[in-house]
Design a protein around this ligand. Structure first.
Ligand code: CAA
Length: 273
């Protein structure tokens, strides 16, 4: 392939969304030292999300400043998110695909999924702080984070199959990993609502706190996460997320590799040739 073709095939580097672009996507972004807080900010629509929301989230993830070590994802108002903006289905949608062109639709959905996958980046720990309704694409957004902290009024629902669709915003893998395939099936195919207590029991939420204590609990968690050595945090996140894919042998090797990196950084060991 000629150099020019290779250059053309490379995706454009993302540009950080402006305040106006964030607002148009129903988002807010605050950066405070090593912490970025992304707020779903359409409370009058229960933080329903559009394709623009997800594309803008991907741009946020790709352009966070280097110093960010923790990302908090939260929702303004009574609910974390009512999922996809149902207007997307009724002509008000921004170019909703009818699936006729499978290749184009595949690329379309892959683009939206980037709004979720960046939350696994080992450079930072991602925390979903959820309250009220956590539905569909909103539930999947919480599942994309490393840690979920829920208010006691949180109500989770995987609504997609009830609407004739499948959950396609990266949520099926973490859901199955957390609750097992049988429970995941039951939750998805009944679209029943899971309250905070059950969510904690199933491992969908790591912690449940009273609604009025959510912000304070998130603050404490963030402080604890920031107290850990930054390099150790990155290496440990990478290691833990690899674990379910690896055999024991591969994971042991991954532990050794990461530890060698830590030892070199801490004690200045030089690479032996
Ligand atoms: N899309 C667009 N608008 C929404 C919305 C959504 N998903 N959810 C709520 N709203 C709007 C309501 O229409 C209402 O607008 P008006 O004030 O103009 O009437 C406003 O937000 C407040 O909503 P409610 O009065 O219903 O608020 P509530 O707190 O009593 O109930 C709710 C909240 C249970 C979330 C309810 O609004 C609801 O069931 N919403 C729809 C949820 C849904 O089905 N989401 C899609 C899930 S599937 C998915 O996300 C992924 C996918 O790809 C398909």
């Amino acid at each position: 392939m000629a150099d020019a073709e290779i250059t053309q095939a490379r995706p454009e580097p993302a540009s950080a969304p402006t305040a106006d672009e964030l607002a148009a996507a129903g988002l807010r972004l605050e950066v405070d030292g090593a912490v970025a807080t992304v707020t779903l900010d359409r409370p009058e629509r229960r933080n329903a999300m559009t394709f623009t929301t997800w594309r803008t989230l991907a741009r946020v993830g790709a352009t966070l400043p280097e110093q960010i070590r923790v990302v908090v994802l939260r929702g303004e108002g009574p609910s974390f998110s009512a999922g996809i903006d149902l207007g997307m289905f009724s002509g008000g949608g921004e170019g909703f695909s009818d699936g006729a062109d499978a290749e184009a639709t595949d690329a379309f959905i892959a683009d939206l999924q980037r709004g979720y996958t960046w939350l696994r980046d080992p450079r930072f720990v991602t925390v979903a702080a959820v309250q009220g309704h956590v539905i569909g694409g909103g539930f999947q957004l919480a599942l994309a984070c490393d840690i979920r902290i829920a208010a006691d009024d949180a109500r989770f629902c995987m609504k997609e199959p009830a609407l004739g669709l499948v959950p396609d915003l990266t949520g099926t893998k973490p859901l199955v990993e957390i609750v097992g395939v049988n429970r995941a099936l039951e939750l998805c195919l009944t679209a029943r609502t899971v309250g905070a207590e059950e969510a904690a029991r199933l491992g969908i939420a790591e912690t449940v706190v009273p609604r009025e204590g959510l912000d304070a609990a998130v603050g404490e968690l963030v402080a604890a996460l920031l107290a850990v050595n930054p390099g150790a945090a990155v290496a440990t996140k990478r290691l833990l997320w690899e674990a379910s894919e690896n055999t024991l042998e591969q994971q042991c090797a991954a532990e050794r590799r990461e530890q060698i990196g830590r030892l070199r950084e801490m004690f200045g060991g030089q690479k032996q040739s």
